[in-house]
Design a protein around this ligand. Structure first.
Ligand code: AMP
Ligand code: MG
Length: 493
């Protein structure tokens, strides 16, 4: 059985997209099929893994019902306005619904040139495809809203970058691929008819509850801001640096997308930047909330014609809403970070406790993930005897943390929960296994240089349960040795 596609994006006006087929590849080979995701989407994993399914992912076979298109958008890239971007190496094959009726896009990435390729080849090397697969699925397991990986294939063709590399294609799934940049494209052209059509599509698809409100556009924008604040707070709580928070990489659905130069911080540094092209540190860890604010104000600007018929009133409404973002962000951040400390009943001073810990971690260049994970062993002064975190043998906190730990233990007493329950809170809020840069790098190198996909598969399997310590895989929890540290990440386009 193939895939039952629906197509609603193609109901939008013709200038929203270009209809075209993926360019076939020489000899498709399956890298991995995401059986669990297939089942959620009511797709037979046996079919995806079959000859026909692999050809579908590679772009060599178009199932009946698919209506492949590349969509157009614009965007601010590193703050610079680009009036026309678009799917330059991705093709939307169609939409599917899960058992709850939730609609998802299935998009192929690396599937050949489109009218929006701007001189690019429309292809992707194996490395970035594996990175996207590993990190997007890890993020999902960490409960972060994200696009997902349905399957990946090798193409049998080479991709020419600085080196010649094996090519690959990924089938990516998201609630939609509509970006802030999609709104910007039509708003910049003052194409109000298109803007309204896009808005109608988005509110119906992603924010149906807003349609019931007195001013649906206003209600929708508040919901967009709430999702964005929660998303960025989630990133911050994991030490995740997105790396390319351009407006064309921010989805209206509130899911994380574009796993190009992203990275998880090992030794904590709030100013950390990994991306080789982010020379000014625009997308540094500590800048992510502010950049999301900036991106959202661009979206608000696009929505002005829909917010109110009187444009002065619309501007006031938009400004009032956008001014609320820092508070939404602070609250979302406080909720995520207090949870990591085992706190459920938030008190006004808790933000100080968080800030003091992060300052200590910065001074001590303490590993972000293991510091939080280790707290499970320290919930009270007495219970320290038996380690539950899985990190105790390898990891110590410097004595400089002692006064903070004492204050935190005192604070936990106010939660009025027995130590065993606190430990469970901490172990379920703080992962032990994350996609560390050096592990991703090693998996990519084995696959690219030796056609060995075992490290990749092992990593994907392990990261599907990031909170469960497995002694056999303890080495995957460790921070990199000095010679394993990855200094820079690349888009790899
Ligand atoms: P990104 O940095 O991944 O957000 O990409 C920015 C823009 O460049 C998007 O419109 C992509 O579709 C396009 N792009 C990136 N890589 C390629 C490629 N290899 N061929 C064609 N277009 C590309
Ligand atoms: Mg992009």
């Amino acid at each position: 059985m193939s895939i039952t596609f629906e197509n609603t994006y193609t109901d939008l006006p013709a200038h929203f997209y270009s209809r075209l087929k993926p360019t076939p590849v020489s000899s498709p080979g399956l890298i991995r099929c995401n059986d669990a995701l297939c089942k959620t989407l009511l797709i037979d994993p046996g079919w995806i893994s079959s000859d026909a399914g692999v050809k579908f992912v590679a772009g060599n076979f178009i199932p009946a019902g698919a209506d492949p298109i590349a969509t157009v958008y614009a965007g601010h890239q590193f703050g610079n306005w680009n009036p026309q971007l678009g799917d330059g190496r991705a093709i939307l094959m169609g939409e599917v619904k899960d058992q709850h009726g939730q609609r998802y896009d299935i998009q192929l990435k690396g599937s050949g040139p489109t009218p929006y390729s701007r001189g690019g080849d429309g292809r992707a090397p194996l490395g970035p495809i594996l990175r996207e697969y590993i990190v997007s699925e890890a993020m999902h397991a960490l409960a972060v809203p994200t696009c997902r990986s349905l399957a990946a294939v090798t193409t049998g063709d080479s991709v020419h970058r600085e080196q010649t590399l094996p090519g690959a294609v990924i089938a990516r799934v998201a609630k939609s691929h509509i970006r802030i940049g999609t709104f910007q494209f039509f708003a910049a052209q003052e194409d109000h008819v298109a803007l309204k059509a896009l808005y109608d599509h988005v509110i119906k698809r992603h924010y149906a509850a807003a349609m019931e409100q007195e001013n649906p556009t206003q209600a929708m924008f508040m919901m967009v801001m709430q999702r964005a604040a929660t998303l960025v707070a989630h990133w911050q709580s994991l030490g995740f640096i997105h790396g390319v928070m351009n407006t064309d990489n921010i989805l209206l659905s509130g899911e994380t997308i574009d796993y190009g130069p992203c990275a998880f911080i090992d030794a904590f540094d709030p100013n950390k930047v990994f991306s080789s092209i982010d020379r000014n540190g625009r997308y540094a860890y500590s800048n992510q909330p502010g950049i999301m604010h900036w991106n959202l104000s661009n979206l608000a600007q696009c929505l002005l014609p829909l917010l109110h018929e009187n444009q002065d009133t619309a501007l006031t409404l938009a400004q009032d809403m956008i001014n609320q973002f820092p508070d939404l962000m602070r609250q979302a951040y406080l909720e995520k970070l207090t949870a990591k400390l085992g706190i459920q009943h938030i008190q006004p001073d808790d933000i100080k406790l968080i800030e003091e810990l992060l300052n200590l971690m910065t001074e001590q260049a303490s590993d972000f993930t293991l510091t939080f994970r280790y707290l499970a062993d320290l919930v009270d002064a007495k219970s320290a005897a038996k380690s539950v975190s899985g990190v105790a043998e390898e990891f110590q906190l410097d004595d400089a943390f002692k006064p903070w730990i004492a204050r935190w233990q005192q604070r936990l007493a106010a939660e009025n929960v027995p130590p065993e329950a606190l430990k469970i809170r901490l172990l379920t809020a703080n992962p032990i296994f994350i996609p560390r840069n050096h592990l991703i790098q090693a998996a990519i190198e084995a696959a690219t240089n030796q056609q060995n996909f075992q490290p990749f598969n092992e990593l994907v399997d392990l990261l599907s349960k990031p909170f469960d310590f497995k002694a056999d895989f303890a080495h995957y929890a460790r921070p990199p040795n000095a010679d394993q540290i990855v200094q820079n990440t690349f888009c790899g386009t």
